[in-house]
Design a protein around this ligand. Structure first.
Ligand SMILES: Nc1ncnc2c1ncn2[C@@H]1O[C@H](COP(=O)(O)OP(=O)(O)OP(=O)(O)O)[C@@H](O)[C@H]1O
Length: 264
């Protein structure tokens, strides 16, 4: 069966201030339907750039992305995106935020109401339907952002550090919730994180990226049974292995910054 997402020789070059920066170089990845993939690497290694290329927000300089059998030329309904910053409309209530995409699609009012109610229940948001985003905690806002994306029923979920701004407890809570939804709804997920523990906790597959140019340093399957125990020896062994890889890239980032500062 064809892969659900095919990233073929994707490169991205940014030109600015007379400097040419290769953010991604020849990234090739085939992601089967239903797989939970984490893109892992230190800041600046191109994780968001790659995710944005799959989302269709910023086309690659060269290479192609095919998602759900369709070449990506822009954002599309088969790919839903959740950002780190809760991209909610502050003037809309929770239920209006969740229903917004359905309204745009032209769904009938009664149908929207039913679907929104179902989603609020799925994410334990029923009691918050009439609240505004400003009156919610960070974790609750991110639940709303997830419900809003699920409303569109995209088979592909793209998540850019969605839990990065949350405290540890809320974060674990939402990770568990996401795993539950993923298992239930059978989405294909690409999840960007720089947290090694988060990647091991969530992913079927971890793709470690190098710092400038962004390439694939390691592509590994995580075969530990879920729910995973971060205190288990196998979890920690993997954490050490990945930690060394990420640290090498962090060091390259640091060295590059020192070099750039010396040139300026
Ligand atoms: N629009 C842009 N113009 C110029 N350079 C950019 C642009 N967007 C990203 N970059 C650069 O491309 C590189 C990769 O950035 P990207 O945001 O994809 O990394 P990342 O791994 O997601 O990092 P972070 O975790 O900090 O978001 C960085 O060096 C960044 O400065």
């Amino acid at each position: 069966m064809a892969a659900h997402i095919v990233i073929d020789k994707v490169s991205k070059v940014f030109d600015g201030d007379g400097r040419r920066m290769v953010a991604l170089q020849d990234i090739t990845l085939e992601i089967p339907r239903g797989q939970f993939v984490c893109l892992l690497g230190p800041s600046g290694c191109g994780k968001s750039t790659l995710l944005n290329a799959v989302a269709g927000f910023a086309p690659p300089t060269s290479g192609t992305v095919v998602a759900d059998g369709v070449p990506v030329t822009g954002p599309g309904p088969e790919r839903g995106m959740v950002f780190q910053e809760y991209a909610l409309f502050p003037w809309m209530t929770v239920e209006q935020n969740v229903g917004f995409g359905l309204e745009i699609k032209g769904m009938a009012r009664a149908q929207i109401a039913a679907r929104v109610a179902e989603l609020l229940k799925l994410l334990s948001l029923e009691d918050f339907a009439k609240r505004y985003p400003k009156d919610l905690s960070g974790g609750m806002r991110q639940r709303v952002a997830i419900a809003r994306v699920l409303a569109l029923d995209s088979p592909i979920l793209l998540m850019d550090e969605p839990f990065g701004a949350l405290d540890a407890l809320t974060r674990r809570n939402l990770q568990d919730e996401l795993l539950r939804l993923w298992a239930e709804l059978k989405k294909t997920v690409i999840f960007v994180t720089h947290s090694i523990e988060e990647a091991i906790y969530l992913a079927d597959r971890i793709v470690v990226m190098t710092y400038r140019p962004g390439t694939i340093k390691r592509d590994m399957l995580v075969e530990l049974p879920r729910l995973r125990d971060p205190a288990a020896p196998e979890f920690n062994a993997l954490k050490r292995e990945l930690g060394l890889m990420v640290m090498e890239e962090q060091q390259r980032h640091h060295d590059a910054e020192i070099k750039a500062a010396a040139v300026d």
